[in-house]
Ligand binder design. Structure first.
Ligand SMILES: [Zn+2]
Length: 132
């Protein structure tokens, strides 16, 4: 068990750091999502607080979908992430997803490498899984 991940930082301090890193690292993958959603004429809001729960990367009002883009490094994807981030990043992400789902949102969390491989596939997945 790696004990590295539980630092002495407060939760708030950690969240501030992560928010700043996220803003810095996510711009490029978020831009790919923006282009694809616009191409399909899907209505969306970006960096928006949903029901004052938290700030999410994208919200699609018609589908009630939340999209979160996880940078491989800072959200600690198993292939490309930094081992020191693995435990707490993944735990925090899972907790966020549960809160959002509890409030009725359809949550899609994509890795940077998934978006880079095919943003089209990711948006197809959203459309397929939210089709009534
Ligand atoms: Zn990755």
């Amino acid at each position: 068990m790696n004990t590295h991940e539980r630092s002495s930082f407060s939760k708030e301090h950690k969240n501030n750091i992560r928010a700043a890193l996220k803003r810095f690292s996510n711009t490029r993958i978020e831009q790919k999502i923006v282009v694809e959603l616009k191409r399909r004429g899907v209505k969306f809001e970006q960096n928006v607080g949903v029901s004052s729960i938290k700030n999410v990367d994208f919200y699609l009002p018609k589908q009630n979908v939340v999209i979160e883009c996880n940078s491989c490094f800072y959200h600690a994807c198993l292939e490309h992430g930094h081992p020191a981030y693995h435990q707490y990043a993944r735990t925090d992400d899972a907790a966020d997803t549960r809160v959002l789902e509890k409030h009725g949102y359809n949550v899609f969390r994509f890795w940077e490498h998934e978006i880079n491989a095919s943003v089209e596939k990711r948006v197809n997945q959203i459309e397929n899984e939210t089709r009534n």
